[in-house]
Design a protein around this ligand. Structure first.
Ligand code: CP
Length: 310
């Protein structure tokens, strides 16, 4: 596989291959000098048309720890502001010589389009509500550190499922690895059709929490909402927010996850985010090693990423 566009393209074997390799890069990241020469001479460019803290910085850290050169492209300070279109921008960056383009864009499908305009590897760092495959990989890696296997584990994904690329990617990854997923949201925050989604749904978080091994919280994606889907954030918190009281419904071993950025006091109470069972910081830390593994497999190893249908 030349690109990483969707988690579905990897299949369970491809996901496990990346998770296995991530162990190596966790070890590298723990060294006093966390750097290896694996991608010396390679250049990785960022093309972020949407804001990011975690994904962009962890890809940049990953590339630098692998000794790759990086080409930073800030949309707000680029010729996009002079009217340059996506295709011309991609072809311009490609002409300078890049080996990989990491792209985030508000429009679903843009990473696929870009593969037609460049010979570089393309990595999807989030396309609208559609896919965020490296988020799913780092989430699976984090879960693997806590559970021997996801087989038969129950994961509740709670929040704005409708607009969430994380929900779509994680649902596919978790179920490919054997977990059972329940999507928990008010009707207005679920997609109009869930046909083909391998998940149960519920509007009652209190009924779902006692059987959950993991509660995965999502923020309201207000930048993608074009209508009023909620009476108020206060009412959302009352109905679906993970409060300390609701945490008491969880099994002792159950984990709390969130892809970030968190809106403390809405989908997650501040005290809950700081509990020992919250692995949000581990997710961020693991993002570096997992993205090192992705860059290494696509650019450096000469080993093909295992692709496969589910
Ligand atoms: N989880 C995530 O994608 O965070 P950023 O938007 O900060 O990259």
């Amino acid at each position: 596989m030349r690109h990483l566009l969707s988690i579905e393209d990897l299949g369970a074997a491809g996901i496990n291959e990346i998770l296995d390799l991530s162990d190596t890069f966790v070890e590298v990241s723990g060294r006093s000098i966390p750097k290896v020469p694996a991608l010396r001479g390679k250049t990785v460019a960022w093309l972020f048309y949407e804001d990011s803290t975690r994904t962009r910085l962890s890809f940049e850290t990953a590339a630098k720890r692998l000794s790759a050169d990086t080409m930073n492209f800030g949309v707000s300070s680029s010729s996009v502001n002079k009217g340059e279109g996506l295709r011309d921008t991609v072809e311009t960056i490609t002409a300078m010589g890049v080996d990989a383009i990491v792209v985030r864009h508000a429009s679903p499908g843009v990473p696929w389009q870009i593969t037609r305009w460049t010979d570089a590897c393309v990595i999807n760092a989030g396309d609208g509500w559609h896919q965020h495959p490296t988020q799913a990989l780092l989430d699976c890696y984090t879960l693997r550190q806590h559970f021997d296997s996801l087989e038969g584990r129950h994961i509740a994904i709670v929040g704005d499922i409708k607009h969430s690329r994380v929900a779509r990617s994680d649902l596919l990854a978790f179920t490919m690895l054997g977990a059972e997923v329940t999507l928990v949201a008010p009707q207005t925050l679920l997609p109009p059709s869930l046909e083909g989604w391998p998940a149960k749904t519920s509007h009652d978080i209190d009924a779902v929490l006692p059987s959950a091994d993991v509660v995965y919280l999502l923020r309201m994606q207000r930048e993608r909402m074009h209508e009023a889907l909620l009476p108020s954030l206060r009412e959302y918190r009352a109905g679906y927010g993970l409060t300390l009281d609701r945490c008491a419904l969880l099994a002792d071993h159950a984990l709390v996850m969130h892809p970030g950025p968190m809106n403390r006091g809405v989908e997650i109470d501040p005290e809950v985010a700081d509990l020992d069972r919250s692995v949000v910081v581990e997710q961020v830390a693991n993002g570096v090693a997992v993205r090192m593994a992705v860059l290494y497999l696509l650019l450096g190893s000469g080993v093909e990423l295992t692709g496969g249908a589910r």
